[in-house]
Design a protein around this ligand. Structure first.
Ligand code: NAP
Length: 284
């Protein structure tokens, strides 16, 4: 029988561990403060921002909200980020993406100080990840590593296949699996014979952005399948990139959608916020 990897329960466990750690650090006079910046009022972004603020409150991290109008210019947003970089009371800066199309996202990501880059998107954080230096990890892939480890699934020596090469999921996922001594293959839209490649996987990570694309034909018997995708089906129910009903019987473990990878992203963001105070502790 396949093991259902419970992201809700594992993320709760991580948040509770972080809550204890934050209380311990607070007793030593060390506090974390996350600045959350949102431009415009895209409803999906507002839900994400609120969930992040709620997670901060649960763990005991102060969050400061900056809600800017849609017509905010790139220069105005850059000036705010630079001000937050200089503010010693702010440990982490999160600019909710996507930004309105008149703002260059890459420029804003590069403006955030790498020391406050809790999303792990700054090129310095990405570089540190690839050369094996300590730094902020991209939250969704870091959450997947925790899902695997805390479910007792070892990565070392395993054939790991990732479908998708985005900067926020596929590429950092590859670096993290490599760090855990997996043997890593990245597939993408130009990959030939995709099924042949995915059927080699002991661990198959699917971040393709296409609703229920992966069927049992893509999966080796007994593989572990991690579904990063997030979509609505014809009945408006959440579903993933994997056709769960078709694939699950052939797996040894699988993440559901919802309740798999999704809840882990915020838990790992909280971990990055706590990391900013752990670092203070090390420097002290
Ligand atoms: P993305 O930037 O759209 O990247 C999708 C990747 O899939 C691309 O690398 C693309 O290849 C590849 N791809 C597309 N069609 C393919 C095909 N037919 N065969 C093989 N590869 C194909 O997406 P993303 O940002 O990585 O996100 C992926 C999914 O995860 C989305 O559903 C997103 O909503 C979800 N997501 C969830 C979370 C969470 O917290 N749960 C976080 C982030 C993302 P090319 O590079 O060649 O175009």
């Amino acid at each position: 029988m396949s093991q259902l990897i419970d992201g809700k329960q594992i993320s709760k466990q991580i948040k509770d561990e972080l809550k204890d750690e934050v209380a311990r650090l607070a007793a030593m006079g060390k506090h974390a403060c996350l600045a959350v910046v949102q431009v415009g009022n895209d409803p999906a972004s507002s839900v994400y921002v609120n969930n992040k603020k709620k997670a901060c409150a649960y763990i005991g991290i102060e969050s400061r909200s900056y809600e800017l109008p849609e017509e905010t210019t790139e220069e105005e947003l850059t000036a705010l980020v630079e001000k937050l970089n200089r503010d010693e009371g702010v440990n982490g800066i999160l600019v909710q993406l996507p930004l309105p199309s008149h703002i260059d996202e890459d420029r804003i990501i590069r403006t955030i100080s790498p020391d406050k880059d809790v999303d792990g998107f700054h090129p310095v954080s990405v570089g540190r990840l690839w050369i094996g230096e300590k730094g902020f990890l991209s939250c969704t892939p870091a959450g997947i590593i925790q899902l695997l480890k805390r479910s007792g699934i070892s990565i070392e020596g395993k054939e790991c296949v990732i479908i998708g090469r985005s900067n926020i999921v596929g590429k950092p996922m590859a670096a993290l699996l490599l760090r855990e001594n997996g043997t890593v293959t990245i597939a993408h839209s130009r990959t030939k014979n995709l099924q042949e490649i995915t059927r080699r996987a002991d661990i198959l990570i699917v971040a393709i952005g296409k609703r229920q694309f992966i069927t049992a034909d893509y999966v080796r018997e007994g593989a572990v399948v991690i579904d990063v995708g997030m979509h609505r089906d014809e009945n408006n129910h959440l579903c993933g990139d994997v056709d769960f009903a078709d694939v699950e019987p052939h797996t040894s473990a699988i993440t559901p959608v919802p309740g798999g990878v999704g809840p882990m992203t915020i838990a790992m963001l909280m971990n990055n916020c706590v990391e900013t105070i752990r670092t203070q502790e090390e420097r002290a």
